[in-house]
Design a protein around this ligand. Structure first.
Ligand code: TYM
Length: 334
């Protein structure tokens, strides 16, 4: 709780091309929650180097993501938007929390298993301890709520376990965070294989809608989306492709699956798929335009980067000092 408001923290990686899943599962909810909470939104660049990156591309993408947060509707005067690497407390707390996390817990993380099979030539220690850095991100700000997509719930559960373990030894040091999942869009699936989540690292370009796709590409990808032979717009387990499209349409329009079933009653996929495409274009096109405008405003972005890193550092330091004292590090002589 800070200034009568609960604290919210979330982050996104600047690796690859962001997808509609990132937007509907996370960014969109961040915007809708931003008035109610004291918010910290990080561009988590330290997480990105667990997989090899081209340094100049990573820098460019991180800056673009920073602008995208603002373009999506997060005012950098009201929301603390910052680069993780500008606040060294993240890495420092992660080290301490590493000493309170068990190998067995990290071995169970599905993201670690997925990423190590995809990058078998580079299974580094950072990839393994990634969830501990994520726990540090969250716990540093005494976070109450963490809006994420479903794929991050396991990491959040681990964060809670680490915090509870630490608190049980040293007293009430960390706030125990709760996940926040949006009503629609918490798990957007691949357009080509609805049993897999939509992911930036999918090799099939038709499987994902990228946030920077132009309207024609978006329409084409939806027309090609895998559905099934039933040809009716029904929200059912047996129709995972259509279910996914209904989820996307629902997250974009605010309509419930029942309302959508009614709207398309008696109509086929030939009408439904373009309608989903248009709903997505109507959200992404303005976002792309705002992002392009913002990127031209270099001074504004630079100022936001600087001011917010200082603000984040201030709050992060408070928690880090407390933790350092609890574990027995000597106080600095100032
Ligand atoms: P990342 O960068 O992979 O994804 C950013 C956010 O997008 C959500 N997301 C999805 N939601 C619905 N459907 C999908 N197909 C989909 N794909 C991605 C993710 O759930 C996430 O909310 N480890 C995190 C970043 C992170 C973080 C944190 C998040 C680092 N520290 C602290 C919250 C709090 C990650 O790699 O997300």
């Amino acid at each position: 709780m800070r200034d009568g408001k609960k604290v919210l923290f979330s982050g996104m990686q600047a690796t690859g091309n962001l997808t509609l899943g990132n937007y509907l599962g996370a960014l969109k909810n961040w915007v809708s929650l931003s008035d109610e909470y004291e918010c910290f939104y990080s561009v988590v660049d330290e997480h990105s180097i667990t997989v090899r990156q081209d340094p100049s591309v990573l820098r460019q993408r991180a800056r673009k993501l920073f602008a995208l947060y603002i373009a999506a509707g997060l005012d950098p005067e009201k929301n603390c938007i910052y680069y993780q690497s500008h606040v060294s407390c993240h890495a420092e707390l992660a080290w301490i929390l590493n000493c309170f996390t068990y190998m067995g817990e990290l071995q169970r993380m599905t993201q670690f298993k997925d990423k190590s099979s995809k990058h078998a030539d580079n299974i580094n220690a950072g990839l393994f301890t990634y969830p501990v850095l994520m726990a540090a991100d969250i716990l540093l700000y005494q976070t109450d709520v963490v809006p994420v997509g479903k794929d991050q719930l396991q990491h959040l559960e681990l964060t809670r376990d680490i915090a509870q373990r630490f608190n049980a030894i040293y007293g009430d040091v960390f706030t125990i965070p709760e996940p926040y999942l949006g009503k629609a869009g918490a798990k957007i699936m691949s357009l080509q294989d609805p049993s897999k989540k939509m992911s930036k690292s999918d090799e099939n370009e038709n499987a994902s809608i990228y946030l920077m796709d132009d309207p024609d590409t978006i329409m084409r990808k939806f027309k090609r989306a895998v559905t099934d032979s039933e040809a009716s717009v029904r929200y059912r387990e047996e129709q995972p492709g259509i279910r996914n499209l209904i989820d996307i349409y629902s997250a974009c329009t605010g309509k419930t699956p029942e309302e959508i079933e009614k709207e398309f009653d008696g109509k086929g996929y030939g009408e439904f798929k373009p309608a989903v495409g248009e709903a997505v274009v109507s959200i992404l096109k303005p976002l792309q335009d705002r992002c392009a405008d913002l990127e031209k405003n270099k001074d504004y972005i630079d100022q936001a980067i600087k001011n917010n890193a200082e603000k984040a550092e201030y709050f992060a330091q408070k928690t880090l000092r407390k933790v350092q004292k609890k574990v027995g590090f000597p106080e600095k002589i100032r």
